[in-house]
Write a protein that binds this ligand. Structure first.
Ligand code: ATP
Length: 240
């Protein structure tokens, strides 16, 4: 579904992503793990078209049409229309808008009112707490609820490929479990997922495939299970 070869992202003198190659098959949960500043967010922001990037290949095959399309040169908006969505790190919900208004923003690329209403109900079914709070301002939600709103909002564009940037960041352990359970559900319902996480253990447990990024480059890759057993991963990311 997504094939990337030699992706590079530079911010002035900082070479944040170095020749990263990765592939995501339809129906998979793929995770990128790594320490702070390893280049995880930069990689998914480059896929979304939110940062300037160079690559030898970045091709997206749409499950809707079967067509393979080079992403470079497309705006973030155009990528959303193709079926790619990002739930960004730090939540980035709009604090003065209500939960419902925030969700509507996620559907800005669409005009099918009935479908939008249906997807809003879908979001509420995944996160019943958001439904109870639908008229509450986003800024008054708890951190965990804002995180849920960010995920539900990304789903409002009806993506085939959903990218999640640190969905468990700052959440209490019980909520981390809930969020990972929902990631599995969303995937089981047919969406392909690219997950960026610092919580390597939780991410590897749900992932079909995983890549470890260190200072901008992929150093280890394999199935989630393989990486959970890998002594290098256990030492560096899973506390031995
Ligand atoms: P974290 O887990 O801390 O979010 P990350 O793996 O997602 O980290 P990135 O956010 O991709 O890492 O950052 C990679 C490197 O690029 C870091 O050194 C960061 O300081 C730098 N960087 C990221 N965004 C910018 C920017 N807009 N301008 C300059 N440098 C940036």
């Amino acid at each position: 579904m997504l094939e990337i070869e030699k992706l590079n992202v530079r911010y002035g003198g900082i070479h944040a992503v170095r020749d990263v190659s990765l592939s995501i098959a339809r129906g998979e949960i793929v995770t990128l793990i790594g320490a702070n500043g390893a280049g995880k967010s930069s990689t998914i922001r480059a896929i979304m078209g939110l940062v300037k990037a160079a690559s030898a290949k970045m091709a997206y095959t749409s499950p809707r049409t079967g067509q393979t399309i080079p992403l470079s040169g497309l705006s973030a908006d155009e990528r959303v229309k193709l079926g790619i969505a990002l739930s960004p790190e730090g939540r980035r919900i709009l604090p003065h808008l209500t939960v419902e208004e925030n969700l509507r923003l996620g559907a800005y690329s669409r005009s099918d009112a009935a479908g939008i209403a249906e997807d809003m109900e879908y979001g509420y079914s995944l996160f019943p707490r958001l439904k109870e709070r639908r008229r509450q301002r986003g800024g008054t939600l708890s951190g965990g609820e804002q995180q849920m709103l960010a995920v539900a909002r990304a789903l409002m564009s009806r993506p085939d490929l959903l990218m999640l940037d640190e969905p468990s960041l700052g959440l209490a352990p019980i909520l981390v479990e809930e969020v990972f359970g929902i990631i599995r559900t969303i995937n089981a319902q047919g969406r392909t997922i690219l997950l960026v996480e610092q919580n390597a253990f939780a991410a590897l447990k749900v992932a079909h495939k995983a890549y470890v990024l260190e200072t901008g480059a992929v150093t280890i890759q394999g199935s989630g299970e393989e990486l959970l057993r890998d002594p290098r991963i256990r030492e560096a990311y899973l506390g031995g």
